[in-house]
Structure formats: structure tokens, C-alpha cells
Design a protein around this ligand. Structure first.
Ligand code: AR6
Length: 231
């Protein structure tokens, strides 16, 4: 039984209807009927080894703060599997908050194939980036740069050379990028979260006082960046 906060089934049906309506036109583009949507992965909780429990608190807190400021725009937390710890933690913590399930929900799938295989239209996706804003390195960063092609690397370079923890940068995606043509993604927002992995730069050595502050800043910066696109 899908939880009230996992609307993927509902969305597939709904978006299929919209795709059918627009048959004959380019159905993989965002239509005027689709609310602006930001899909984002959980920042810092895999390679950067940040506590899933603390990250879930911060996601719920920041979503509660921003979802009402964003008009009809939607926020969608994405992870690859139904076994995702972060998705179940967020769903259980959401129960205590009064957040509109149309404006925030979770989705299981690959963030680079949300429309083509997930039936979910998202015009903006976030990336859990590295400080150099470089392709590769595994995780969602490698997948997004691979799927977007060289267009994302050059568009990113035009916007910023590096990122410090707690910050985000909005990158408009050239219309020649496969992520744009296949998935309808017009912007990628790179976000750099706090790092607790001693093998990676800027390790915070389990200083969660600092780490939580940096993760709050990272989500605030991400949602502000999305708001600047929606406006
Ligand atoms: N679609 C949706 N979610 C995904 C995908 C995908 N294709 N791939 C991974 N995730 P991570 P971090 C989820 O490690 O912890 C990189 O190498 C994953 O299950 O990508 O912020 C960068 O270059 C997890 O929930 O990001 C940085 O150096 C979430 O995305 C470093 O890792 C984030 O996992 C950043 O580490």
C-alpha cells in the first residue's frame, strides 16, 4: 500500500493523462499544466556519511519552511530504492508536520530518468555535488553529469568554478542536453553539503553542530535557487 507521501503511482497516472492529451506534440517537454517541480536527492547522506536521522529532521524542517513560499511549485525527495533509509525516515517524520502532500512527496527512481521511466515531470533537479563541480566521483553526481552530457560541464563552468559547503549554484541546461530533450529538465542546481567522510575534502570529523548548520544552509540555498527559477 503506497503511503500518502509516496505519490508515484498517482503521479504516473496523472502525467500519463497529460501526455496523452498532448499526443502529437512533443510530449516529453514540460507542459503549461505541469507545476514547476524540483526533484532532489538527499544531500550528504551517502558518500559524505552524514547521519540519515539528522538529515531527515533537516529535510522536513526546511521543506516545511519553504513549501508554502513556493506557490503551486512542488518539491520531491528522490532515492533509488524502496529500501531507502532516508525516504522512510522522512516519511515518518512528515507525519508530525502539516505539509500538503501535493507540494511535497517522495519518489523512488533514478533522478536522471524521472520522466522517461518514472512518469514524473520535473523541470529542475538538484545534484549532490563535489566542491570542484566536476563530473564523476560516483553517486548522484556521476549519474547526472553522465546523463546530461558535456553540455552540463560547460554550462556549470560558466556559472562557478567551485562551491563551498552549504551553498548551491543554479545552472541553466542547454536545450541540446539529453536531460533537457528526454526528461524536460531545464535547470540543474548543484548543492554542496557537509562532509563526514575522512576520505573526502573538508571533513567535519563528526562535528554535528557545524554539520547540521551547513546542511540547513545547503537546503535553504537549494530552495532559494529553485524559487529564483520559479519566480
Ligand atoms: N537517482 C536518485 N538518487 C540517487 C542517484 C540517482 N541516480 N544516485 C545516488 N542517489 P551521494 P553525497 C542518492 O553519495 O553523500 C559524489 O561522488 C543516494 O542513494 O551521491 O552528498 C560527489 O562527487 C543518496 O541518497 O552524495 C561528492 O564528492 C543521495 O543520492 C559526494 O559524492 C546522495 O548520495 C557527495 O556525497
Amino acid at each position: 500500500v503506497p503511503s500518502p507521501h509516496d505519490n508515484s503511482k498517482l503521479r504516473s497516472k496523472e502525467t500519463k493523462g497529460q501526455a496523452d492529451k498532448s499526443a502529437g506534440s512533443c510530449h516529453n517537454q514540460i507542459s503549461l499544466d505541469d507545476p514547476p517541480t524540483l526533484a532532489f536527492p538527499s544531500i550528504s547522506t551517502a558518500d559524505f556519511q552524514f547521519s540519515n536521522d539528522k538529515a531527515a529532521d533537516i529535510i522536513v524542517e526546511k521543506v516545511a519552511e519553504y513549501s508554502n513560499k513556493l506557490g503551486n511549485a512542488r518539491l520531491v525527495l528522490v532515492d533509488l530504492t524502496h529500501k531507502s533509509k532516508i525516504l522512510s525516515l522522512v516519511k515518518s517524520k512528515l507525519a508530525e508536520k502539516n505539509i500538503d502532500t501535493q507540494k511535497f512527496f517522495t519518489h523512488v527512481g533514478d533522478i536522471t530518468r524521472l520522466h522517461s521511466t518514472g512518469g514524473l515531470r520535473c523541470n529542475v533537479i538538484a545534484n549532490a555535488a563535489n566542491w570542484r563541480l566536476k563530473p564523476g566521483g560516483g553517486g548522484v553526481n556521476a549519474s547526472i553529469f553522465d546523463a546530461a552530457g558535456p553540455e552540463l560541464e560547460s554550462a556549470t563552468k560558466e556559472k562557478a568554478k567551485s562551491l563551498s559547503p552549504g551553498n548551491a549554484v543554479v545552472v541553466p541546461l542547454p536545450s541540446s542536453s539529453p536531460l533537457f530533450t528526454r526528461e524536460g529538465v531545464t535547470h540543474v542546481i548543484h548543492v554542496l553539503g557537509p562532509n563526514m567522510n575522512p576520505q573526502r575534502p573538508n571533513c567535519l570529523n563528526n562535528d554535528y553542530e557545524k554539520g547540521c548548520k551547513v546542511l540547513q544552509d545547503a537546503y535553504a540555498s537549494l530552495f532559494e535557487g529553485f524559487a529564483s527559477i520559479v519566480r
